[in-house]
Design a protein around this ligand. Structure first.
Ligand code: PLP
Length: 398
C-alpha cells in the first residue's frame, strides 16, 4: 500500500474555489466580485508604468543572480522603513527597527509568527471577528492557539469599538493581537484615529504584543494617511510588529514582495532580534527572491519613478472610491430602499455588503455574478462597463 493511503483530501480554499467556478462559467456577462485583486476599468490587472520602467532598466543591465542576504536587499528594506514609519522616523534613524524582506505579506506574517513562537510559545493570538481567513491558519500552523476579538458590527456596518476595547482590556498579558492597519479585509470597516489611539493604550495597559498587518497601504487615503496606526504605535514607545505587502500597491501579486518590520527598544536589541529572525528565515526559504524587491527599491529610490508610482497608486485608490460612490448611487436610482451609503464610507478593496449567502447564491446562479458567501465583494472588480449590470442584479435579489 502507498504511504499516502491515509492522506485525506483537504477542504478547498473557498475563494480559490469561487475563481474556479467563475472560470468554468461560460456566460458572457459574468462578473467576479469574489477576488482580492485590483482590476482597472478594462477588467485587467495593471502593470504599473513605474514598475515597467524599473524592470526594463534592470533587465537591460542583466544583473547576475547570486543569493541575496538572508534578510533581503538592504536598499529595499530601507525603502520599506521609509514608507511604513515615515521619512523622518526617529525609530528608524536610531536603529531600533529591524526589517527583513519577505515573500509577500503572507511570508512576512509567517516569519513573524515563527519568530513569536520562539519568543513566547504559550501566548494566544487574537484576530478580528471576522478577519482575513489566512490569519487564523498561519498562526495556528505556527503552533499558536488563535481566538477572535469582536470587531465588525453588523448593525452599523462599522467597528463595534466598545466591545473590541473591552475584549482587549480583558486579554492575558503577552497576548499577540493582529490588527489590520488599514482597509480591513474582509469588511472594509476601519477604526478612527482616536480609536487607534485607544487601542495603543489598551496594548500598553495589558502588555499585549501588537502585530499590524498592512497589506493595503495607499489604498484608503494615501501612503502616510494609511500609516496612522503605525505612527501612533511608533510614538507609544511600545515594541510591535508590522507586516507589509506590495502585492496590491505595486500590482506585483505574483512577485511576492513584502516585508516584516519589528520595532525594538534599542539598537542593541535590534541586532539580537535580527540575528534570530535570520535563523527563522534561513530554515523557511533561506533568502528571498531578487526581482520584486529590486524593482520596488528602484522605483522608490528614483524621484521620477516614485512620483509616477504615487500617481498610479492614487489612480487605483480614486477608481475604487468612484466605484463605491457609484454603486451606492446606482442602487438608490433603482429604488432600493435599504441605505447602502456605508459602502462609500468603507475603505480599501472590500465591502461586507450585508448580502446573505442565499442572495449571493442567486447572484451567481441567475446573473453570473460571483461574490463570497459572507457577502464580501471586491469593489476593485467593478468598472464602468459592469457596474450597471451588477447594480441591476443586486437590486433584484434584495
Ligand atoms: N493580509 C491581508 C489582510 C490581506 O488581505 C492579504 C492579501 O489578500 C495579505 C495579508 C497577503 O498579502 P500577499 O498577497 O502579499 O501575501
Amino acid at each position: 500500500s502507498s504511504i499516502f493511503t491515509a492522506v485525506e483530501m483537504a477542504p478547498r480554499d473557498p475563494i480559490l474555489g469561487l475563481n474556479e467556478a467563475f472560470n468554468a462559467d461560460t456566460r458572457a456577462g459574468k462578473v467576479n466580485l469574489g477576488v482580492g485583486v485590483y482590476y482597472d476599468d478594462n477588467g485587467k490587472i495593471p502593470l504599473l508604468a513605474a514598475v515597467k520602467a524599473a524592470e526594463k532598466t534592470r533587465m537591460d543591465a542583466q544583473p547576475p543572480r547570486g543569493y541575496q542576504a538572508i534578510e533581503g536587499l538592504g536598499a529595499y528594506n530601507q525603502a520599506v522603513q521609509n514608507l511604513v514609519f515615515g521619512a523622518d522616523s526617529e525609530l528608524v534613524s536610531s536603529g531600533r527597527v529591524v526589517t527583513a524582506e519577505a515573500l509577500g505579506g503572507t511570508g512576512a506574517l509567517k516569519i513573524g509568527a515563527d519568530f513569536l513562537k520562539r519568543l513566547n510559545a504559550d501566548a494566544s493570538v487574537y484576530i478580528s471577528d471576522p478577519s482575513w481567513e489566512n490569519h487564523r491558519a498561519l498562526f495556528e500552523s505556527a503552533g499558536f492557539k488563535v481566538e477572535n476579538y469582536p470587531y465588525y458590527d453588523v448593525a452599523t456596518r462599522g467597528v463595534n469599538f466598545t466591545a473590541m476595547k473591552a475584549a482587549l482590556l480583558g486579554l492575558p498579558a503577552g497576548s499577540i493581537i493582529i490588527l489590520h492597519a488599514c482597509c480591513h479585509n474582509p469588511t472594509g470597516a476601519d477604526m478612527s484615529d482616536a480609536q487607534w489611539a485607544e487601542v495603543v493604550e489598551a496594548c500598553r495597559e495589558r502588555n499585549l504584543v501588537p502585530f499590524l498587518d498592512m497589506a493595503y497601504q495607499g489604498f484608503a487615503d494615501g501612503i502616510d494617511a494609511d500609516a496612522v496606526a503605525v505612527r501612533l504605535f511608533s510614538a507609544s514607545g511600545l515594541q510591535f510588529f508590522v507586516s507589509s505587502s506590495f502585492s496590491k500597491s505595486f500590482s506585483m501579486y505574483g512577485e511576492r514582495v513584502g516585508a516584516l518590520s519589528i520595532v525594538t527598544a534599542s539598537r542593541e536589541e535590534a541586532g539580537r532580534v535580527l540575528s534570530q529572525l535570520k535563523r527563522v528565515i534561513r530554515t523557511n526559504y533561506s533568502n528571498p527572491p531578487i526581482h520584486g524587491g529590486a524593482v520596488v527599491a528602484a522605483v522608490l529610490a528614483n524621484p521620477e519613478l516614485r512620483q509616477q508610482w504615487e500617481d498610479e497608486l492614487a489612480g487605483m485608490r480614486d477608481r475604487i472610491r468612484a466605484m463605491r460612490t457609484s454603486l451606492v448611487a446606482k442602487l438608490a436610482e433603482r429604488g432600493v430602499a435599504q441605505d447602502f451609503s456605508f459602502v462609500a464610507a468603507q475603505r480599501g478593496m472590500f465591502s461586507y455588503t450585508g448580502l446573505t449567502a442565499a442572495q449571493v447564491e442567486v447572484l451567481k446562479d441567475e446573473y453570473g455574478i460571483y461574490a463570497v458567501s459572507t457577502g464580501r465583494i471586491c469593489l476593485a472588480a467593478l468598472n464602468t462597463k459592469n457596474i450597471d449590470y451588477v447594480a441591476d442584479a443586486i437590486a433584484k435579489v434584495l
